[in-house]
Design a protein around this ligand. Structure first.
Ligand SMILES: [Zn+2]
Ligand SMILES: [Zn+2]
Length: 249
């Protein structure tokens, strides 16, 4: 098993975070954003990729908000626009229904319109940052499964660290590569962690709502102040809009 993936996985499981896989994903995302905004943007091999893919809406937003690399971003977008223009406008032109309805039957022109729309949707979705993150997460999850089987110290970490629900789903899927008895043990750990997290969040969110009752006004918040954001992160894993700065009392 590749050691280069074990170190970040162990670090994430050792860190004080709500989901080690979210931490790994966030770190990978940061690295790839830096990479695509750095000198690589000028390299022909990278440009060959980004001319074709551009970036997904989320990562375009992040690239836009980033301080560095405006020139690189402009150069990348210029050649990507040209690449898109060549294919997209060609495809739209092909999809124009014929003037005479006798020439092309109704369903033929409808199929062509759908094909043009599908092609645009597919191309807009593509993103090398997403693709690289997905590859890295695949390696990390393989490492987690491998260490669960071969590393007792890691198994102990697994038992003491819960994951958000989307990453619990990813681990359940990965457990299909284990033998039935190993999968049984692995899933028991996931279940126990999930149950514990559900209980904590349910109690904290409930107390959050009860704090609005004037009779509880002076009672301590306990861990409930950020219960909304922690619940959202557990349910969806996406951290971008769930930061605690939005807490309003
Ligand atoms: Zn997660
Ligand atoms: Zn993306």
């Amino acid at each position: 098993m590749e050691k280069i993936y074990m170190i970040p996985v162990n670090d994430a499981y050792d860190s004080d975070c709500e989901c080690p896989l979210c931490t790994l994903r966030d770190n990978a995302e940061k690295n790839y954003l830096d990479y695509y905004l750095g000198p690589s943007l000028m390299e022909p091999d990278t440009r060959k990729i980004t001319n074709r893919t551009g970036f997904c809406p989320v990562h375009m937003g992040m690239l836009n908000n980033s301080e560095a690399g405006r020139l690189g971003l402009g150069l990348m977008l210029h050649t990507h626009l040209k690449d898109m223009d060549a294919e997209v406008t060609g495809k739209i032109a092909e999809s124009i229904p014929a003037a005479s309805s006798g020439f092309l039957k109704g369903k033929d022109y409808k199929a062509k319109l759908n094909q043009a729309a599908d092609m645009i949707d597919e191309r807009v979705k593509r993103c090398p940052i997403c693709e690289n993150i997905n590859d890295a997460m695949g390696h990390y999850i393989d490492v987690i499964i491998w260490m669960f089987k071969h590393d007792d110290a890691f198994r102990n970490k697994l038992e003491n660290k819960t994951c958000c629900l989307p990453h619990t789903a990813a681990l359940l899927r990965a457990a299909t590569d284990l033998s039935q008895s190993d999968a049984r043990e692995f899933v028991n750990i996931l279940l126990s962690n999930s149950k514990q997290t559900f209980k904590i969040l349910e109690d904290d969110v409930e107390w959050f709502t009860l704090k609005f009752d004037y009779r509880n006004k002076d009672k301590p918040w306990g861990n409930s102040k950020n219960a909304i954001q922690r619940s959202m992160r557990f349910l969806s894993s996406d951290r971008r809009d769930f930061d605690e700065q939005r807490t309003k009392q």
